[in-house]
Ligand binder design. Structure first.
Ligand code: ADP
Length: 258
């Protein structure tokens, strides 16, 4: 059976206008994303990666073309799209449970059942002892996990991740990307992740989209097929024999000169 199409990006383009200049940030972007796919987006700095996520999130309007999420035209932020950014944006004065419940509270969906579900998720993702702690008592990696649970509890059809691990040190980054990649697959989520880290993109994604220099166009899409023992997780992916090959290919496509 064909998988359901979650995102449909059609002939997308955007030009920013400022008083001094026009900047064409994206041109002719066409991409379909299917249920339970994780898409990694890489590209040179300034090529329009964040712009692309902001358009899909409904935060800015494209100049040309359209984005649909589950068939619905994105012309404003949609309730069924969740975000996770570089900074976890937890509220320091709210305990962990109340941080997780924030989105539900805003959407008017907070009830006892939702509270129980939040506690269960915190338990099952290793935060059971920190339900009533405050953000400052948690490590950077734990805080990112809380941010993810806060997003997942809203049961979004699509998750947008903008450099979600770049504020973390290398070891934490490896561990948390492994955990979060595994959680996204277990919860059968569809996600688009922007990263400047090629290894992270390969290890977590089903497909990696390489954008060209600005104006960002899709240069190439890599279908990531790795032979892992048993199930594929981000950390095991890094040990797959094909990993290095994808790394070299993507590096070449990025065409970065220093
Ligand atoms: P990336 O995430 O790949 O680094 P961005 O999407 O942030 O790239 O930016 C793409 C281009 O658009 C850059 O040249 C940037 O300067 C420009 N840009 C981004 N946001 C704005 C804005 N609000 N107004 C004008 N230009 C912008």
């Amino acid at each position: 059976m064909d998988k359901a199409k979650v995102v449909e990006i059609k002939d997308l383009g955007i030009t920013y206008h400022t008083i001094e200049e026009e900047t064409e940030a994206l041109r002719d972007v066409n991409l379909d994303i299917y249920h339970n796919e994780i898409i990694g987006v890489v590209g040179p700095s300034g090529c329009g990666k964040s712009t692309l996520l902001s358009i899909i999130a409904g935060l800015i309007k494209p100049t040309k073309g359209s984005v649909r999420v589950n068939g619905r035209l994105v012309d404003k932020p949609l309730n069924n799209v969740g975000y996770m950014f570089q900074s976890d944006q937890l509220f320091e004065w709210r305990n962990i449970l109340n941080n997780v419940l924030l989105g539900l509270e805003i959407q008017g969906k907070l009830d006892d059942e939702a509270k129980e579900r939040a506690k269960e998720m915190l338990h099952s993702y290793g935060l059971g002892d920190f339900i009533y702690s405050y953000p400052y008592q948690l490590s950077g990696g734990m805080r990112q996990r809380v941010a993810l649970i806060r997003t997942l509890i809203l049961e979004p059809d699509l998750l947008l991740l903008d450099e979600p691990f770049s504020a973390l040190d290398y070891q934490t980054r490896l561990a948390i990307s492994d955990e979060i990649g595994t959680i996204l697959k277990k919860e059968e989520k569809t996600a688009i992740m922007v990263t400047h880290d090629i290894s992270e993109a390969i290890s977590m994604s089903d497909r990696v989209v390489v954008l060209s220099q600005r104006p960002g166009t899709i240069k190439k899409i890599f279908d990531i097929k790795l032979s892992c023992n048993k199930e594929r997780t981000p950390l095991k992916s890094r040990e797959a024999p094909e990993f290095r090959h994808y790394f070299n290919e993507i590096w070449r496509e990025l065409d970065i000169h220093v």
